[in-house]
Design a protein around this ligand. Structure first.
Ligand code: SAM
Length: 269
């Protein structure tokens, strides 16, 4: 393990991004160390250096971290979307996929390979991928990237402009996770808000048989979000992929096929 790189990245804080290509999965280890994450895998402050070191050791020995390094993924998160996709067969050749909260880019890398006629990280791409994040993202070949806050109208407009005006989106995937304040109710509200915005975006831009994948957390607000999904999608499935750490309350909700909107709602929209 390149300890100097880890220490360097830890010292830079959560917004540091410049070295990501160099320190790769090790940087992700640093960015996701327990000093910066709670049991949701969310960013919060402090824990002892001892725990930090133990966590880094666990991380470096983690099967998915090793696999991500071997297979050239920027983060072990790639295996979460892979398992969801393998289970439900969501992403198919020719599809238009929107990746929300895309940085450092592992989900985009996975989708890019899935849309390649030969499963490649470069070269021909049969489909379209638009990724968006608050933070910068190292380019993924063939992926259009927009940097900005998904909650802002101006950023949403940029995303809408990037979409092919003649066709709708096949799949929206959202791994967006806000920084936490440590105040339970406020944090739950932030998480719910991002999920609600992803649902709203999907209602407007998904094909009628399209799908939305969101990350969310068990706890405050979870059952309301499941209700929201059930009111919008014909089929709703929760999946906790194996790559999602067992101690984390992180889980994923997948909505498939939009329900028809009542006539009044269509008039109001
Ligand atoms: C867990 S990471 C995503 C990892 C990514 N799926 C991958 O595979 O590399 C969560 C991302 O959500 C982004 N995010 C959080 N709130 C956001 C917002 N309001 N708008 C856009 N991105 C946001 C963060 O900047 C962060 O990069």
């Amino acid at each position: 393990m390149r300890i100097s790189a880890v220490i360097f990245a830890l010292g830079r804080g959560e917004n540091y991004f410049g070295h990501i290509a160099i320190i790769d999965a090790t940087a992700n280890a640093a960015a996701q160390s327990p000093s910066a994450r709670d049991n949701r895998g969310m960013k919060v402050k402090t824990q002892s250096k001892k725990v930090n070191k133990a966590w880094l050791n666990d991380h470096v020995n983690d099967t998915y971290v090793k696999l991500a390094k071997q297979e050239g993924y920027r983060a072990r998160a790639a295996y979460k979307i892979k398992e969801i996709d393998d289970t439900l067969g969501l992403i198919k050749p020719g599809y238009c996929v929107v990746d929300l909260g895309s940085t450092p880019g592992a989900w985009s890398q996975y989708v890019r390979r899935k849309l390649s006629p030969v499963g490649a990280a470069v070269g021909a791409l049969n489909g379209r991928i638009i990724a968006l994040d608050l933070l910068p993202m190292e380019p993924v070949e063939g992926v259009v990237f927009i940097q900005g806050d998904f909650r802002e109208d101006a950023v949403l407009s940029q995303l809408e402009q990037a979409l092919d005006q003649t066709r709708k989106v096949d799949v929206v995937i959202s791994d967006m996770a806000p920084n936490l304040s440590g105040i339970g109710a406020a944090d739950a509200a932030r998480i719910s808000h991002l999920v609600e915005l992803a649902v709203e975006f999907s209602q407007k831009h998904l094909k009628s048989d399209g799908a939305l994948v969101v990350k969310l957390f068990h706890g405050d607000g979870y059952s309301e979000l499941v209700k929201l999904f059930k009111s919008v999608f014909r089929v709703v499935k929760p999946i906790k992929p194996k790559a999602s750490r067992p101690g984390s309350s992180e889980t994923f909700l997948i909505g498939m096929g939009l329900k028809e909107m009542p006539v009044q709602a269509v008039i109001d929209a």
